[in-house]
Design a protein around this ligand. Structure first.
Ligand SMILES: Nc1ncnc2c1ncn2[C@@H]1O[C@H](COP(=O)(O)OP(=O)(O)OP(=O)(O)O)[C@@H](O)[C@H]1O
Length: 638
């Protein structure tokens, strides 16, 4: 993964492709060393299997879905190649293209319903697909595909009319595999890959960033079918015969073992996993029928012990080596003055008689208020009064039972959260939602993936459009890190940061999206006094830059010093709203916050933050019925 803040200059851009081209050339040259035919064949089979494992990694490791149907997509590629080459046009390039397309179609037929249902349903749907292979072959006339005894008579491959000899075919296999791995690497080391990591953190975060879970998973699923189709063509041309019994569930076991050994999000380590499986397969003939049991046992033990596989181990070592160097580079990068905060196009947020209930619980009742554009509106109220529910209704996580939610003149009522995010509503969460395996810079940059991320084609081909988008997004993300004083940790893993820092990272991510409206759910809890000062300063600046800020906050000191407008919720309804001074002196607010049991009629409200992020509310309660002088009540909000 690309995690460093350092700019990817043209010289660095060429380093990896050059290294990969050199490795490819060396592998192509292997037969020239006089290596035996047995080993050359092993390399061919390894290349075919590596393609399949990359497909499994895409769906399992990156999209987080267990796709057991790869053998069916592989079979589609192999049979399309066999049929087209034997009966129509024998051209390996044409067959590669047709097989990839056929695999995608087969994959989508099983994947579309399975992905919509999600989880284990996809595994079940795709497992059924593999079981259908022999049944389908029996249904199709023997003369067409050769039934369950296999397809014979596949011709020696040609390319643009020229016959490919053994050496030419070997080179073709290595080049196709190498090119696919370049495409695979480009796809996952990009905003597309980071969107998939965001999705793994949870659909809630993905939606709040404007990402559609279903569209992202389906795209990845279709993409994962491509190498299976390519592998099908190469397999059919390797032996010029298709053996259907090699396309069953045993194959998926081998792929799973290779993926575990390599790491389910691995790229180059896939070849280590494949080498391991080939070695075991080779030796397993000596265990006879116990080979599958050995694989099954390895799946159980390997799954438990080798979390990240070979790739995980390699990444840990590389990260350790890089950390020192990146820190030095970042220090240099943070000495400049922070960039200017850009102008935002804030809009009013209007709730009109909004009600929401969960089962028998009325979370909100007829709530109406306006959060004015370019102002900070604080939502306060006791625990359970409906503050978070209000934010969830604005950003589309919940649909109101009745009433309307408007952004300027646009109706948000009932829109899914990803559409609301695309209209310019960004948010943070009570518990920061930070995906694992991402640097601070990448997490902040993920705020811009949906609106400013390049499409998949420029990504995999690394077109100039991709580099321009990456440079723009990195600059924006690095700028927000500087503004929030986080520049020095840009290259660090974000999920490992302390709670307060993760809150600031979330805020930076939300701001990086360039929102019209910023919803902050208890953004100050867990921050130390310095961080609170910093936060208040940034929020004032973004307010002045035009963002509409709606903040749920228990810290009254912060609310009073920051908010332009306060809405007080109690029992799911608006108790009152006004400017912070009016609210601080509102008798019913005093009563509600302190509880009627205290018997407070209260005249003034003084608050100050206590150590540990608590808010101490001290009331001059001279009129209190208990006769005590000053009552002090503490409400802990962390
Ligand atoms: N998804 C849900 N399912 C069922 N009940 C819910 C759900 N979300 C909120 N509620 C209920 O709605 C009411 C309002 O909850 P909400 O979280 O909005 O309050 P809050 O003011 O944000 O509280 P806190 O300050 O503790 O975060 C509570 O009674 C809560 O139990």
């Amino acid at each position: 993964m690309e995690t460093s803040i350092r700019a990817t200059g043209p010289s660095r851009r060429w380093a990896l492709p050059l290294a990969w081209a050199t490795v490819t050339a060396l592998v192509i040259a292997i037969p020239l060393t006089g290596m035996s035919g047995y080993w050359v064949r092993q390399i061919l089979l390894a290349a075919v299997m590596a393609l399949l494992v990359s497909g499994l990694n895409l769906s399992l490791g990156w999209a987080g879905e267990l796709n057991l149907g790869l053998p069916a997509m592989y079979a589609a590629g192999a049979y399309v190649t066999a049929y087209v080459a034997a009966r129509h046009i024998n051209d390996i390039v044409l067959c590669l293209a047709l097989s990839a397309a056929a695999a995608v179609v087969v994959g989508l037929l099983a994947g579309a319903p399975g992905l919509r249902l999600g989880g284990w349903m996809l595994a079940v749907c795709t497992f059924m697909l593999v079981q259908l292979i022999p049944i389908t072959l029996q249904l199709i006339p023997f003369s067409v595909l050769g039934g369950t005894s296999g397809f014979t008579g596949i011709p020696v491959p040609r390319v643009f009319g020229t016959v490919l000899d053994a050496n030419g075919f070997y080179i073709t296999v290595i080049v196709v595999t190498s090119l696919w791995f370049a495409v695979y690497r480009n796809a996952v080391c990009s905003p597309f890959g980071r969107a998939l990591l965001v999705l793994q953190q949870g659909p809630v975060l993905a939606q709040s960033l404007g990402l559609s879970r279903y569209r992202l998973k389906l795209t990845t699923y279709a993409f994962a079918a491509v190498p299976a189709g390519l592998a099908g063509t190469l397999y059919a041309y390797t032996d010029l015969f298709i053996a259907p019994d090699s396309l069953g569930i045993g194959l998926i076991m081998s792929l799973l073992v290779a993926s575990i050994v390599a790491g389910r999000r691995s790229i180059y380590a896939v070849f280590c996993g494949v080498a391991f499986v080939q070695f075991i397969n080779d030796r397993s003939t000596s265990f006879g029928e116990y080979g599958d049991i050995a694989f099954g046992a390895f799946l159980l033990i390997g799954g438990l012990l080798f979390g990240g596989g070979v790739a995980g181990l390699g990444n840990t070592l590389v990260r350790r080596y890089r950390r020192g160097r990146a820190a030095a580079a970042d220090e240099a990068a943070t000495t400049g003055t922070p960039p200017q905060i850009p102008a935002f196009d804030g809009r009013d947020v209007r709730l009109e008689s909004v009600s929401k209930s969960f089962g028998g619980v009325d979370a909100l009742r007829e709530v109406s208020f306006v959060a004015p554009a370019g102002r900070i509106t604080a939502l306060i109220g006791p625990n359970g009064s409906g503050k978070t529910t209000t934010l969830n209704l604005i950003n589309g996580f919940h649909k109101p039972g009745s009433g309307r939610v408007l952004l300027g003149d646009d109706e948000l009522t009932g829109l899914p959260a990803e559409r609301v995010a695309r209209l310019g509503v960004a948010r943070t969460f009570q518990t920061p939602a930070i995906p694992g395996e991402m640097s601070v810079l990448d997490v902040v940059g993920s705020g811009r993936i949906e609106a400013h991320g390049p499409a998949l084609l420029p990504v995999v081909l690394r077109l100039p459009r991709y580099w321009r988008a990456v440079a723009r997004n990195r600059k924006a993300a690095a700028g927000w890190l500087e503004i929030l004083g986080l520049g020095a940790i840009a290259a660090e893993p974000a999920a490992a940061m302390a709670l307060g820092t993760r809150r600031m990272i979330e805020l930076a991510r939300a701001l990086c999206a360039g929102p019209r409206v910023l919803l902050l759910d208890e953004v100050a809890s867990g921050l130390d006094p310095d961080e609170l000062q910093e936060l208040a300063g940034v929020l004032r600046k973004v307010r002045d830059a035009g963002v509409t800020v709606v903040v749920v906050e228990h810290n009254f000191s912060l609310v009073r010093s920051l908010a332009d407008h306060v809405v007080v919720l109690a029992g799911g309804a608006v108790l009152t709203d006004g400017d912070p001074r009016e609210i601080a002196e509102h008798p019913e607010v005093l009563e509600r916050f302190l509880g009627s049991g205290a018997g407070v009629s209260g005249t003034t409200l003084e608050e100050h933050p206590a150590p540990g992020g608590q808010v101490v509310v001290a009331v001059d309660a001279t009129a209190a019925t208990d006769g005590a002088g000053t009552a002090e009540r503490t409400s802990s909000h962390e």
